[in-house]
Design a protein around this ligand. Sequence first.
Ligand code: ATP
Ligand code: MG
Length: 567
Amino acid sequence: MKASQLFFPTLREVPSEAEVISHQLLLRAGFIRKASGGVYSYLPLAYRVLKKIMNIIREEMDNSGGQEIMMPIIQPKELWEQSGRWELYGDEMFRLSDRHDRFFALGPTHEEMITTIVKNDIHSYRGLPLLLYQIQNKYRDEIRPRFGLMRGREFIMKDAYSFDIDGGGLESMYQVMMQTYNRIFARFKLKFRMVEADSGAIGGNESHEFMVLAESGENEIVYCSACDYAANVEKAEAADIALEFCNEEELPLEKMSTPNKRTIEEVSKFLNVKENRIIKSLLYFADSNPIMVLCRGDRDINEIKLKNVVGSKELTLADDGTANQILGASFGSLGPKDVNLPIYADLEVKYMQNAVCGANENGYHLINVNQKRDLSDMFFADLRNVAAGDQCPNCSQNLFSIRGIEVGQIFKLGLKYSEALDANFLDSEGNTRHMIMGCYGIGVSRTMAAAVEQNYDDDGIIWPLSIAPYQAIVIPVNVKNEEQMQTAVLIYEELLVLGIEAILDDRDERAGVKFKDADLIGIPLRITIGPKSLQSNQAELKVRWEKEISLVPIAGIVEKVKTILET
Ligand code: ATP
Ligand code: MG
């Protein structure tokens, strides 16, 4: 491709709306343009990267027995009513109606659709197992579309669904998909980690996420220094261990005046007790029922764990006015003594002695609170966010934390959709059974952004070779110099003959401008033909992620490029 013809409208300025580096660079380098919040067009360079990502996914999915299909984006409401998700999906679902007032969803995911297709045409165990996948646009009206392609409202996803005859079948399918995903992300040449995950709204009982490691990631991952335990904090299990100060003599309960001391930090300073000696008390609504939730003062409640434990559809933190109505005090003075509500407490609360908590009276706290002696019955469960420094639930060594971008997730769905939609088959003994399902997603457009988050410098993007839009760029320093231009064209054409994807920068621009553009769009290899090197029949070769420029004889340069690309 000649740069003079390539549509890559680069920008000088960093666009002000772009907070993260991938958003900034993809806009600046002319890869994407915004249509509306979370909705983008992919220009030629971006689409080339996306196609490479999609092709790697296709190859690996096909190798693992997947069959590619394409389902409609427009899905009738009736399908979603059968699974109960027409209601449950809430505002995140884009909905539309046709001229006959029939309602449809723009597919945020395709469990209902695929289950319907399979159940209508597969009736016997002979047709199973089955692994079907597609790559297409998905629609989710995210509350906060942001970070460019990272959290879009229209985005490209690979979604795959498996149907098996029994749990053993699903287990081996899940293992195969795990390995397939590991191969896919390794081929993208990204630093990533597979972690245990919560299965969220999709449902099911086991799930893993694939995280590209990057500071800007929206997810926090904890991992063990000694064993291979790694989990999204949303899911990471807390080890149930007694606290070091749990064998103290119980002191008499007292009420203390703590005027205007509301936060854990303020109370800790005022009473001169450590934050881990204070019981944090929160008021939530589980659906419409008020509940009290407790954890240690230096901990945070994990609302995903809480929701799973309580088993509610919705979980919301109450507001201060409601706290006053129900408990007679404001936030900051709430506590679990003499409270007539269901109380859910994090495991650590069990071991707290001579603790501090709010007195349910504004400006007062209780000290020397001992749970068994002073507090009503409560339900203990793992409710807190695990943090760096905590113990690994597998091997008790220290956990570390790191941030990641979720680029893929796999789920064991089990019977959730096959029961709701009656996806049955006859087994070899003639019994009717439900199919057992799994589903497996990869964020294709998010992966492109994640690759940039992990691979850039002050000059621009540094694409990994396997997904770079072009592999090499040939730059004649002065296009008006015939000898330089002819040599550049010759090298460019030889590259094309070898199947190397190359750009010839034939624009009549200063060399500096062309170098800047080549660096900004992140082409891995740059070959420069200038007056000096030409004198000795050489060209400059620069690898995007290395500092040095090497001089290579023109006669051997194409071979040299080929060798670099093959290693
Ligand atoms: P998230 O937790 O980030 O909202 P999710 O768990 O809802 O994502 P899945 O339903 O697991 O997403 O979708 C599969 C993959 O699609 C995700 O792993 C992610 O890479 C990608 N994805 C999900 N939502 C978006 C989005 N709004 N924009 C871009 N990619 C997305
Ligand atoms: Mg997910």
